[in-house]
Write a protein that binds this ligand. Structure first.
Ligand SMILES: *Cc1c(COP(=O)(O)O)cnc(C)c1O
Ligand code: SF4
Length: 356
């Protein structure tokens, strides 16, 4: 099977049990995403009054959503939890105290162009600014990708930094979404990383398995199978309804390529802020062979205040989850605090901690 991978490409049209060679190809689906608020509203039979505010809010951060993801939304429901993640709203233009452009201090922690090294043993590569979908709550929605992508110098500066630091055992491909890159670019990058003897693990932070599962095609699987590092994919689903049959099959393909699958979610008002919704998400993930990893408290990025929940409510929801589910289906509730040595667990304390 391993030796036959290039042959598998040629055979794809005749022998294709999972149906991944039949469609138009992920790049065409990506280019065909919905970017016009008017079209989105008409596809979903929504009130046309939503269009003008959406156009205004999309000026700063464009609407982008693949058609396969739109097809999972309920028609005529302006509160659909999938729609709310992508529809630009007038509320994004409100200036809200405490909501800033770089909430997690990324720009202070660049180790080389496009390389963020905040935590011991792992470093994060900003591989591209491109994403298959634009999530309105994204904490990197204001990130200066033009200046800060590691690709700009053919990965050179980032690779040299990693070469000089043997404490880094894991490289995280992030962005944007690293799977927006072509298979050829990905291979170029992992070939370079594999010349560094201290790198043991490759982690990929991506929304593609959820929002454009067609991306997980023969070419990508070929690349993954050829990478000899241990492989972890941390995907990003926020609601059980995001996980449909094509998503399940894409995850199955990833698992068959030797990848460990985890999920991170963001706690979002109106999308998944009930114990029932979060429990359903964990259960749907498990049915997809994916374990919940993190549940992030919203990073306070400008334009996302309408998704914010009080910390006390976040804790209450997390406690309900603990009481409802087996431990392995309860994600860790965390927040990102600039300057801390890891994501910070959100834990209830009856009184403020004493100084230490
Ligand atoms: C979140 C993050 C990581 C990964 O942290 P884990 O706790 O290992 O998942 C690594 N680097 C940066 C810069 C991050 O923001
Ligand atoms: S896919 Fe990830 S990086 Fe891209 S907009 Fe969504 S949350 Fe942000």
């Amino acid at each position: 099977m391993i030796a036959a991978t290039s042959q598998a490409n040629q055979l794809a049209s005749s022998f294709d049990p999972v149906g991944i060679a039949a469609g138009p190809g992920w790049q065409r689906l990506l280019a065909d995403a919905v970017t016009d608020p008017k079209e989105l509203c008409s596809l979903l039979e929504l009130d046309p009054a939503l269009v003008l505010p959406a156009i205004a809010a999309a000026k700063g951060f464009a609407l982008r959503v693949p058609r396969g993801y739109v097809a999972r939304m309920r028609k005529g429901d302006p509160n659909d939890p999938l729609l709310l993640q992508v529809l630009p709203l007038a509320a994004e233009l409100d200036v809200v105290a405490g909501f800033v452009t770089d909430p997690v201090g990324d720009l202070d922690r660049r180790a080389a162009q496009g390389l963020l090294h905040k935590y011991h043993g792992r470093a994060l590569l900003v591989t591209t600014g491109a994403c298959a979908i634009h999530c309105r709550y994204c904490f990197r929605r204001h990130f200066p990708y033009q200046d800060e992508s590691a690709l700009q110098q053919g990965w050179q500066a980032a690779i040299e930094h990693l070469r000089a630091d043997p404490s880094v055992e894991e490289v995280i491909l992030s962005g944007g979404d690293p799977w927006s890159l072509s298979d050829r670019r990905l291979k170029q990058l992992t070939d370079a990383l594999q010349t560094l003897p201290h790198i043991r693990r490759l982690r990929i932070h991506t929304r593609y398995p959820i929002v454009l599962p067609e991306r997980i095609d023969f070419g990508l699987l070929d690349w993954l199978r050829g990478v000899r590092l241990q492989k972890v994919v941390v995907m990003h689903a926020n609601h059980a309804r995001e996980l449909d049959e094509p998503v399940r099959q894409a995850c199955q393909r990833l698992a068959s390529a030797g990848v460990t699958l985890l999920n991170q979610s963001v706690l979002l008002k109106g999308v998944n802020d009930s114990a029932a919704a979060l429990a359903e998400l964990s259960e749907a993930l498990f049915e997809t062979h994916v374990l919940p990893y993190y549940l992030h408290v919203l990073d306070k990025v400008q334009g996302s205040a309408h998704f914010d929940l009080a910390e006390a409510r976040a804790l209450e929801l997390h406690r309900e989850l603990l009481a409802r589910l087996p431990g392995y289906l309860v994600p860790k509730l965390v927040r990102e605090v600039a300057g801390e040595p890891s994501k910070t667990p959100v834990i209830g304390t009856a009184e403020p901690l004493a100084e230490h």
